[in-house]
Design a protein around this ligand. Structure first.
Ligand code: TRP
Ligand code: SF4
Length: 326
């Protein structure tokens, strides 16, 4: 049985980077795997959000996931903090994690180099909690974007160390690479992310999307409308690749390189295509938002299923490591 575990931080509603890089893939994987999908609020605590913000972000992300097609009839959709075993296993695994391995994590270095004030111990041991997320369900596969490869490698290492010490219990989870490489933000510089403020929300309306696109960086060499552009170096061209029909993509490519289409028109087309693609998602999200109790019920049921699985694993773990379970 192939089992997936994946998690997403509730940092606000999902953006197009989350959607193209992960959520779409989560939806598709439901056909092939038994899937556990988690809204990882304990991980989000590393940025110390306010209680209200964190709580509403969990609900918002859940709505975005359900609206996009994560199907609670087929998959287990749950909130990380509702399953206490994640934190328990994280502690045990931390005793089998070598500091040198943690010190190599580039994500920690990147997040803390500009602002050492954000470097709390939770952020440092974040990959151990991630390993626990995966291992407590004994997942065999984990979908990863390129920035999470290193964290998954650490999980595999921790699983090997555990096996060495206590014998076979956890599979070494394999990476399932996301079909979409990283999606850049509208600044054209870095990966799309909420914290960078360079994102386009999955559930945003046309005027909001267009406002973001208007300010987006395109081919930096194309200074005037009469200059031919180079789509390959334009960040928006890659978004066309995800949202624009092939025929229209050809026209845009031709128009851009011959300076017969301006960037403003190109952005309008992109906006229309994004909105057309996301409209059914927005519509489902509206219905879900009108029924928060229904959404909470979905989570309650998912949490229940996740707990059953995690507590079965932990009973075995406690026995292996010599913790009384009385
Ligand atoms: N660290 C992941 C990210 O930022 C989120 C995450 C937490 C995760 N636990 C996980 C991803 C377990 C995969 C598996 O994207
Ligand atoms: Fe980018 Fe479109 Fe402008 Fe070409 S026309 S540089 S593809 S925004």
């Amino acid at each position: 049985m192939k089992r997936i575990l994946s998690g997403m931080q509730p940092t606000g509603s999902a953006h197009l980077g989350n959607y193209l890089g992960a959520i779409r893939n989560w939806v598709d994987m439901q056909d092939e795997y038994e899937c556990f999908y988690s809204v990882v609020d304990l991980h989000a605590l590393t940025t110390r959000p306010s209680a209200e913000k964190l709580r509403s972000n969990v609900l918002e992300l859940t709505i975005a996931l359900l609206a996009s097609g994560v199907d609670p009839e087929r998959s287990v959709l749950f909130v990380q903090s509702a399953v206490k075993e994640h934190a328990e296993l994280a502690w045990i695994l931390s005793c089998h994690t070598v500091l040198g391995d943690l010190n190599r994590m580039t994500q920690f270095k990147e997040k803390t180099e500009d602002d050492p004030g954000v470097a709390n111990a939770g952020l440092y041991t974040y990959p151990i909690l991630q390993a626990a997320d995966i291992m407590v369900y004994r997942a065999t596969h984990v979908p990863v974007g390129e920035d999470q490869n290193q964290h998954l490698e650490l999980t595999r290492e921790v699983a090997r160390r555990f096996r060495h010490h206590y014998g076979e219990l956890f599979p070494e989870p394999a990476a399932v690479n996301s079909p979409t490489p990283r999606v850049l933000g509208v600044d054209g510089q870095t990966k799309m992310s909420k914290s960078k403020g360079n994102h386009i929300g999955l559930l945003e309306e046309a005027d909001e999307v267009m406002a973001k696109l208007r300010g987006a960086v395109t081919d930096p060499q194309r200074l005037r409308r009469t200059d031919p552009g180079c789509p390959e170096v334009c960040n928006l061209w890659s978004l066309h690749g995800s949202f624009t029909p092939d025929e229209q993509q050809k026209e845009i490519h031709e128009g851009c390189t011959t300076a017969t289409i301006g960037c403003v028109d190109c952005k309008k087309m992109l906006c229309d295509n994004i909105i057309a693609h996301t409209e059914p998602i927005r519509e489902r999200a509206r219905a879900l938002r009108a029924d928060p109790d229904g959404v909470m019920d979905v989570l309650r049921q998912g949490n229940e299923k996740a707990r059953a699985e995690a507590s079965a694993t932990m009973a075995l773990v406690r026995e292996r490591v010599g913790i009384w379970d009385v």
